[in-house]
Design a protein around this ligand. Sequence first.
Ligand code: PEP
Length: 254
Amino acid sequence: MRRKMVVGNWKMHGSLKENKSLLEGVKQGVKHFHNADFVVCAPYPYLAQAQSLLQGSNIAWGAQNMCSTNDGAITGAVSPAMLVDFGCTHVIIGHSERRNLFNETDDTAAARFNAALEAGLIPIFCMGESHEERESDWTDYIVGRQLDSIIRRFGPQALVNAVLAYEPLWAVGTGNPATPEQAQEVHDFIRERIARCNMEIAANVRILYGGSVKPNNAAKLFAMPDIDGGLIGGASLSAKEFVPICQAANGELT
Ligand code: PEP
């Protein structure tokens, strides 16, 4: 049985004041949810705040990116060791916004993925096709290529301590989510592709769906057999929206 997981990706949003009330609201809202794992990925400057407000709670925290090397003359970069220093357990790798706005490639995403594992962080590795790619029937090719960029370099074992996220670009931040059936089809494709290398790893790896998940669609998405929770952007900025999504992943209140 895979435990469900909900990850909030704040992107470049927040302030000390807003974060405090958001984190307190989420902390209060999920404190009795024991059947799923919860993570908040904050911008770098707010990791110390996340650490101080979330330690001792059932919410982990992480970053949205990192450098693939541990120190050096790389102006503006943040190392895996720095994330660990602030208590991060997770880091998003290869988000489509990083790939598109900062020219991150399969190669550089794979290097970051591996560096995260080496630092003891859990990479949340994002894959997904654009609208044009889906229209051209390239979804399997694109997602397969992105997944293979990890498996070919590091083997399926690299997925044991990782989380995958299917995030179709046409659904991220658009208010136009994939239907549960559309998402399930790609999640099944991802799991089957891993199973060709190692069935046990495929059965255990968590594959999150991301792209306009909201309180009104989370439960149906999370009910699909290969969807193990969500990577949540916009709705992670409000406790009123994020907590019900966490509840959908948690299932019945315990
Ligand atoms: C994301 O940022 O990864 C994301 C899925 O955003 P949204 O939920 O806003 O579509």
